[in-house]
Design a protein around this ligand. Structure first.
Ligand code: ADP
Ligand code: MG
Ligand code: MG
Length: 209
């Protein structure tokens, strides 16, 4: 079956970091519209640290790679989103064990664990206009495509996240700072949902190139 080696997953993580760092202006503006405006710089700080921790390091398995990446985010981003995006990568560390192969099963298990951890740590649920509104449909797509090749499942996952991010425009924020804006949040997407979409789309691009 089709999938990535540890070295390829490592390169994919570096590509994702570059895309998130480059998206700083977009993420900052999205969080300026609905929050306190710091999401772009927080993600830039976290993913710069992730790059420093991952680039040039020799990882024996996927667990080590994702644990290192998640710890870098958690320890440099701080706040709610440090826990949220740290959890996304630490979920890889939790589910991959000693795996040296990243396929559709690994993708589905990582995303499912991430959703579980983000929901239990942050208390938000689908429909609250957070990154969960991109992550939750991504999990459903990963589970539905678990027996397909990785090139197909990751494409379905990225498309589902994008659709979820778009759907977040029609939601009224009920969590965090955006909550105080109430109906004024209608029409705008959640910043964290944009970040999730960029992460998964960059993975899809790497796997399909
Ligand atoms: P902060 O809200 O602390 O300023 P950021 O601006 O970096 O942190 O991140 C904001 C994003 O984090 C939101 O757009 C949302 O997607 C996500 N987020 C915040 N709180 C939660 C939560 N409890 N559960 C899931 N995601 C959350
Ligand atoms: Mg913010
Ligand atoms: Mg903040």
């Amino acid at each position: 079956t089709e999938g990535l080696s540890v070295e390829q997953a490592q390169q994919m993580a570096l590509n994702v970091a570059d895309k998130i760092i480059a998206a700083e202006p977009i993420l900052s503006q999205a969080d300026r519209d609905l929050g306190d405006g710091d999401h772009g710089l927080g993600m830039q700080r976290g993913f710069t640290a992730l790059k420093a921790a991952v680039d040039g390091t020799k990882f024996d398995n996927l667990r080590e790679l994702y644990q290192t990446a998640g710890t870098a985010l958690l320890s440099t981003m701080g706040g709610a989103s440090g826990v949220v995006f740290g959890s996304l990568y630490l979920a890889g560390g939790k589910t991959m064990h000693g795996a040296e192969f990243f396929g559709s099963h690994e993708l589905a298990h990582l995303l499912e664990q991430a959703l579980k951890d983000v929901m239990s740590r942050g208390g938000a649920k689908p429909g609250d206009k957070t990154m969960i509104d991109a992550l939750h449909p991504a999990v459903e797509a990963a589970k539905a495509n678990i027996d397909k090749p990785l090139s197909e499942s990751i494409k379905a996952v990225a498309e589902a996240a994008e659709a979820g991010k778009e759907a977040s425009k029609d939601m009224i924020a009920t969590m965090g700072r955006a909550k105080t804006l109430g109906e004024k949040t209608l029409g705008l997407p959640d910043a964290g949902a944009i970040s999730v979409t960029i992460i998964l789309q960059t993975m899809a691009d790497y796997i399909n190139d």
